[in-house]
Structures are given as structure tokens and as C-alpha cells.
Design a protein around this ligand. Structure first.
Ligand SMILES: NC(=O)c1ccc[n+]([C@@H]2O[C@H](COP(=O)([O-])OP(=O)(O)OC[C@H]3O[C@@H](n4cnc5c(N)ncnc54)[C@H](O)[C@@H]3O)[C@@H](O)[C@H]2O)c1
Length: 271
């Protein structure tokens, strides 16, 4: 795994999340986009907690927290496919923090063999798996966490990808799941808006992470974006993180049900 995406933050902290508390869902290792978001939130003065998917991920997370001197951070187990874990995590977060101000949803999964080859070979259970983990999980998470946000309002951000609305070779079943995720974010934004809970999508360009490594020809995607995007470079996890910080902050208080690309402008290029 390259260390390309693990850059030191280019910005100094400005405490724009001071006094805010948030939950980060989706750290697997130091290359995870969610880890860059967590570091940026801490830099900006937020108090954060993490969910983790099982004991193996907890080991990685604990190591990262020690390295970053964040070992006192709250952590709770959460497999988003398990209703009982969603309920337990929601209760544990409420007990720990009372009300929280933001949530990052950075969770996706599809069978390796369905991130390549013929889209029409997608299996029924592979389709359902990708939808459940990558799209339904946002709905389930919002429901489980609503009691932790409903008093003050807050900001939920989920990560999507261009393959939701444009054809991206090999993205296949995940493109359909991301389309559902984006649509779900708009319906959630409508429902939760009266509670001043905002729901937005950030859509990064390709970044080398554990999940991305499962997509056939991923390095060609990176090369293509470097060559054709207006900024002529690949997106870093830190660039994505800074946009999430903005969406978690009061600076974005008028923004909900939106999708923001952080991809060097790649989504706007036709030729
Ligand atoms: N890397 C990219 O190029 C890229 C581009 C656009 C969007 N994204 C999105 O960013 C998000 C984070 O991905 P990443 O690239 O940082 O990869 P990653 O592998 O580091 O993170 C994926 C996370 O999903 C979690 N997860 C999977 N199944 C789960 C389950 N059942 N319950 C709880 N957690 C589960 C994993 O534990 C992991 O922490 C994903 O939604 C991904 O689709 C990634």
C-alpha cells in the first residue's frame, strides 16, 4: 500500500469545530479517508468518537489512536448490517456524549468479483450486500443516531463516488449502491431538516485505500484522473477531510441535501 494519501495537513487548525462532538464511522487503517477526516476534526478542535467493525479493525484503530495521542477517544463496535449493534452503539454514544454535532459515514462494501467483469453477472446476494452495507446503512445510522442529534441539530456527511451517476468501468454494483446512497441522503435531509439536522454527500476522486484496492484496474483510474482533471493531480484524503470539516461546521449551516465533489474538477470534464 502506498503512503501517497497520508499527507501532513496543509492547513493549520482554526478551531472551527471547537465545542463540537462527532462520530467517525469507517476507519479501517491509516489510509482510510475516515482517518484523515478524524485527524482534521481533531485539528479543528472537535471531540470525536469512533465506531469500528470488529476486533481486527479495533486493533488497527487502537494503534492509530496511540500514534496520534488520541487514545482517550471513545470507541464502540458497529457492524452496520446488524440492527442490534446499531441500537447498542446509538445508546452507548448517547451515554458518552449526550448530544453530538456531526457524523461521518465512510462505509462501503461489495464482493471483490463484482467490482470488475460484466455488470449483468451481478448476483442477487452481491447486489443486496452492496446496497445493505453501502446505502441502507446511512438510513439505519441516521435513525440510530437521531436521538443523539435531535436536541441541537447537526450535520451528517456520507462519502460517495462519481460512478453513481456516470459509467466508470469496473465500479459496477457499487455505482448502483452509491446512487441509492445519494438519493437516501436527499430523503433524509428532507425528513431531518426541521430538526436542523443537515445531510450532505462528499464525492472524492479516486484515492488509494483498502477498499479501492478491490476495484479492477484502480491504478488506471488514478492515472486517468491525474491526466485529465483540471487540477492535474489525484485527490488526497486530506482534501476530502477539509471539505467534511466545512460541512460539519457552522460555516455550512445553510447547506443540506447537496453533493460536493472533491476531485480536482474531474467530474466536469468531457474531453
Ligand atoms: N478510496 C476511494 O477512491 C473512494 C472514492 C470515493 C468514495 N469513497 C468512499 O469512501 C468511503 C471510505 O472508503 P475508503 O476508501 O476510505 O476505504 P476503507 O477500506 O479504508 O474504508 C471502508 C470502511 O468501511 C467499513 N465497513 C465495511 N463494511 C462494514 C460493515 N458491515 N459495518 C461497518 N463498517 C463497515 C470498513 O471497516 C472500513 O473502515 C467509502 O464509502 C468509499 O466508497 C472512496
Amino acid at each position: 500500500m502506498s503512503t501517497e494519501t497520508v499527507e501532513k495537513p496543509v492547513m493549520q487548525g482554526n478551531n472551527i469545530l471547537k465545542g463540537k462532538k462527532g462520530i467517525i464511522v469507517g476507519v479501517a487503517n491509516k489510509w482510510s479517508i475516515a482517518w484523515a477526516v478524524a485527524r482534521a476534526c481533531v485539528r479543528e478542535g472537535a471531540e470525536i468518537g469512533f465506531t469500528y467493525q470488529g476486533e481486527r479493525v479495533l486493533k488497527n484503530l487502537d494503534k492509530l489512536l496511540v500514534e496520534e495521542n488520541l487514545q482517550k477517544c471513545f470507541t464502540v463496535n458497529l457492524d452496520v448490517q446488524k440492527d442490534e449493534e446499531l441500537a447498542t452503539a446509538g445508546e452507548a454514544i448517547k451515554k458518552q456524549f449526550g448530544q453530538i454535532d456531526f457524523i461521518l459515514h465512510a462505509v462501503a462494501f461489495a464482493k471483490r468479483e463484482e467490482l470488475g467483469g460484466n455488470f449483468s453477472d451481478t448476483s442477487r446476494d452481491g447486489y443486496q450486500l452492496a446496497q445493505d452495507v453501502s446505502a441502507f446503512s446511512l438510513i439505519a445510522l441516521a435513525k440510530a443516531m437521531k436521538p443523539c442529534m435531535v436536541e441541537k441539530g447537526g450535520s451528517i456527511v456520507a462519502l460517495s463516488y462519481l460512478g453513481s451517476e456516470k459509467i466508470v468501468k469496473n465500479y459496477n454494483v457499487m455505482g448502483v449502491a452509491k446512487a441509492a446512497l445519494e438519493s437516501a441522503s436527499r430523503y433524509l435531509a428532507y425528513e431531518l431538516g426541521p430538526n436542523n439536522i443537515r445531510v450532505n454527500i462528499v464525492s472524492p476522486g479516486p484515492i488509494k485505500t483498502l477498499s479501492a484496492a478491490g476495484i479492477d484496474d484502480f491504478s488506471k483510474m488514478l492515472e486517468h484522473v491525474r491526466n485529465v482533471s483540471p487540477l492535474k493531480k489525484n485527490t488526497s484524503a486530506e482534501e476530502v477531510a477539509d471539505t467534511c470539516v466545512f460541512l460539519f461546521s457552522d460555516l455550512s449551516r445553510g447547506i443540506t441535501s447537496e453533493l460536493i465533489y472533491v476531485d480536482g474538477g474531474h467530474n466536469n470534464v468531457a474531453m
